[in-house]
Design a protein around this ligand. Sequence first.
Ligand SMILES: Cc1cc2nc3c(=O)[nH]c(=O)nc-3n(C[C@H](O)[C@H](O)[C@H](O)COP(=O)(O)OP(=O)(O)OC[C@H]3O[C@@H](n4cnc5c(N)ncnc54)[C@H](O)[C@@H]3O)c2cc1C
Length: 521
Amino acid sequence: MQDSIQTDILVIGSGLGGLAAAWVAAKRGCEVTLLTRASNPEDSNTYRAQGGIIYRNLGESPDQLIADILAAGAGLSSPESAALLSREGPRLVKEILIDELRVPFDSSPKNPAELDLTSEAGHSLPRIIHYKDQTGLAIERAFFERVRSHPKVKVVSSATAVDLLTPSHHSVEPTDVYRPLTCVGAYVLDQKTGKIFPILAKETILATGGLGSVFLHTTNPPGARGDGIAMAYRAGARCTNMQYVQFHPTALLAPDGCFLISETVRGEGGRLVDRHGKEFMQRFHPAGSLATRDVVARAIYQTMLESGESCVYLDITHKPAEQLRERFPGIYAVCFERGIDLTREPIPVVPAAHYSCGGIATDDCGRTTVDRLRAVGEVACTGLHGANRLASTSLLECLVWGTRAGAQASERITRGDSFYFPEIAGWRYERELADPALISQDWLTIQHTMWNYVGLIRSEKRLNRAMRVLRELDLEIARFYEKCEISDSIIGLRNGILTALLILGAAEQSRESRGCHYRID
Ligand SMILES: Cc1cc2nc3c(=O)[nH]c(=O)nc-3n(C[C@H](O)[C@H](O)[C@H](O)COP(=O)(O)OP(=O)(O)OC[C@H]3O[C@@H](n4cnc5c(N)ncnc54)[C@H](O)[C@@H]3O)c2cc1C
């Protein structure tokens, strides 16, 4: 790997948000460096997306989607963002995903010439297209290959962005050429050699995804630790709505992590039961196991807390085995690989952190409060989701804002906007090897504290306790980070604690229950 790279546009993250931005910018003639800490596309939320992406129902007007988004957002969604998504989203799905990439979305069983449209909770009519129960995988694979083979794109993988470069902090000579808050790229760790080098860019687009890993249970991959939010915050960008973390009610509890068990299992008759096989949902809501996502997630959490058990169970064994295998092939396979035959025994499930509705505050082209820094996808807060996200809007948000950010950044560059690359200070290497036991214990402290005190049910007492624990830990981690050789896991830990504190701080200040932020006091 080189000592330093200069590029027009640095895109950090190769999920749908980053790919859309990189693709559009490259097609407009800009040199794009696509950086990803993953060695394969699986380390992304995009890859895990199951249900689908919003397209359009021919019988609907754009206003109907806007109304559904605003209703889900509990009064906090931005009507402008909802209008933008609903105006541009379907067109981009058609142009990029269907026509250009030829993502193999499923056809309608009734009319093979048309795409199959499904619905999910909160949608007033069917408008979601999908590829089996693996929509994200199909999009990610098709898109990553196309972007990687574009001559204007250089992919740098197994490399982790450490911090964003701002001339006031990192240039060798103090300079007043830049606006006070300007981003000129990032310091990057080559995971194979351990070397840290700068990638200098005229425009930087953060697309690092979510933050589920700061909680004990999450449907996200381990790399979803809030890296982008933490880097942007340190660089001076405004982050907002961080308290709104959406929890999915049912994720398979397995030793190698949690896997989302779609709500359709409950829709098809699955019942939530405790260890003794007793249904408990009626105690919380007349709709029982079919109550809304938030209600079910909190009820499961409360039941686990009261019983001291580590999970509850989702029982669908009363249905014919053959029918279950046919209806849920993906879920059946995931459970079976982990020793659970869902046709014969109940599935152990927990609620799990699923989606961050907040993030780095951006405008309609992904611009942040730092010049030359944009954010797209789950790391950003466009205002679309307000206090709660409507199912299947996030992939579309990645596509719309990724495309707009890539287009506007490249426009600024091709316009010949004056820019020069500052000389960046070399990295100061430390010698001490990090003790993995410290890293692993610190992560456990963050995840347990966030789960128990800043999770599904919050109160002043819980939040105060969490603040004391995490502030103390933050100081420890800062000292640790100063002394140790930098690795991907130390970078993640430093970002994880900051992200956790940002969620916690926002939850403390937000005294009303709204959307997915629920306070018992
Ligand atoms: C189980 C599951 C199911 C879902 N189902 C749906 C669905 O059906 N429909 C829907 O619309 N949404 C769904 N979502 C949400 C949706 O998948 C995500 O919000 C969306 O894919 C986020 O895309 P992204 O590009 O912002 O981030 P991601 O896809 O998460 O990509 C982030 C990228 O950033 C990289 N990265 C992170 N940190 C660094 C760093 N420091 N340096 C370099 N690279 C870094 C990662 O390696 C990765 O490549 C689901 C999410 C999950 C977890």
